[in-house]
Design a protein around this ligand. Sequence first.
Ligand SMILES: [Mg+2]
Length: 358
Amino acid sequence: MSVATGTTVEKLEVSAHTIPTDEPESDATLEWDSTTIVVVRVHAGNAVGLGYTYTHDAAARLIEDKLAPAVRGLDLERDLSRAWHELGASLRNVGRPGMGFMALSAVDIALWDLKARLLEQPLVDVLGGVRDDAAIYGSGGFTSYSLERLADQLAGWVAQGIPRVKIKVGRSPDDDPARLDAARVAIGEDTELFVDANGAFDRDDAVAWAQRYADEWSANWFEEPVSSADLAGLRHVRESSPIDVAAGEYAYVPADFRNLLEADAVDCLQIDVTRCGGYTGFLHAAALAEQHGLQVSAHCAPQVSAHVCCAVPHFRHLEYFHDHVRVEQILFDGVLEPVSGALRPDRSRPGHGLELKA
Ligand SMILES: [Mg+2]
């Protein structure tokens, strides 16, 4: 495989789109009523690569000012790996962890997609595919939902053939037993039930709830029981919890992943391709997890995650997050639909196969 010699990036376009949620949403530690996606398109010859991240629209200006000038003229065959380091270095004084790496992620995703399109190959094969599809779990179950809405959403995923679902917990812990009861009734005995506290609990409460989630509702995934900035706290919960503890959605730069792993903070490492530095950063973080003997789970942004999930050997599952599923269906043609609880990259299309609708 090789890109035609001398094919270089000619132009980068960026746009921000804010899309209202279908109803007000909350988890334990945040409330929101819209989602902003920043979309990058890079051009070379007749091909266009597409990438995006979910963040504030200020990232669009950051991309235009800091990253676009460095991308123009880039040789996709020779320079992609070097560009990731150079773009990251250019963000030093702006701040790399956080919005800086979200901006970089959108650009890296677009560049890999562009390279695959120039090669006329599906992205999964350019990244090094090891499987044909990526298992997903339905994710939503917001604390703002009525019990009826909660049950309908979860039952809808099960009806689609998705055998795992996740709900938010911890905003009003006294309300959670009724919510968990409703969830378990809606999904039946055979569907895996995950919970996400978004860092709401202190250590002792988190340990107590972990035991209850396991004993009373057979939950088997406890995400961010305490703040993911509290590495010792995550480890403490993990050592006492009968169910897997997960975190990683706020890991941006490689050191963030290393810190989580070296602290023995998680049973499964979450990686968000739109935050961790795109496909390049995802593969780096996944390799680090493998060295620590852990599987990885992809956080959010399902449509740009499916291909890279199929390129990671020790992959567990991909989050099919309600808000992002909706935004990606609204904005893009070529979205993948779940089949038998998984997203299967379409190998008949080059790149990741997504196109921004007119
Ligand atoms: Mg989460």
